[in-house]
Design a protein around this ligand. Sequence first.
Ligand SMILES: [Zn+2]
Length: 245
Amino acid sequence: MAINLYDYAHTAADRGWGSGWPRCSGGSDLATVTADRSGTRVSVRKGLSVLVDTLLDWTERPDGGNYLLKPGQCGGYNCRPIAGTRTPSNHSWAVAVDLNWNDNPYTSTGRHTIPTQVAAVWKHYGFAWGGDYKGARKDWMHFEFMGTPADAVEKSRLALTHLAAPGGAQPSPPAGGALARGSSGPVVAAMQARLNRDYPAYSTLTVDGAFGAATEAVVREFQRRAGLAEDGVAGPATLAALHLA
Ligand SMILES: [Zn+2]
């Protein structure tokens, strides 16, 4: 389903992310992601980690958003209400991030440094921007995901395809390398997303870039059905069969 970026009538709980403040169920489902260029780290839901990681890396890349993040001025998960209220903040579900809060304060002055292309790309991948708030005060630093966990899988796949590498190339597996239990990173995430997209009858993996038992089971099932050696290791033959090699 299409994501409505301006549907503030529904909460992240309505969209399937569990409970927010004061019972922050997402607190036990977190991943820390790192923006490559600055090393800035934020914690978000595991199901959003590939998408946020890809967006943060793109935001900083000179051929992307070219907007450098500042460690210590960015955040994700925070189990709290919206300041001065008893309404849960989207940060309490770990589906929101704040970028460079000293430069992009919650203010009615219009002062901020978020480039137009950065706001546009985050919005394209399902994040509402606080700079679009209707009221006089804008939350310039704030981006929150407005989709469901299933939307996050789809947006992760699109972001990996279109944003992950310079020129929009698909991330390619390590030359001669194989992915196996314990492997991690964007290539594993691309494989998980590809399995979910093409084989939804038996692949409903979390696209988190971590090759664990669930991913291994799906790889085995894929290999069995494809007539490949059923070893649970995604080597060159398996990756080629998935059109990832
Ligand atoms: Zn925020």
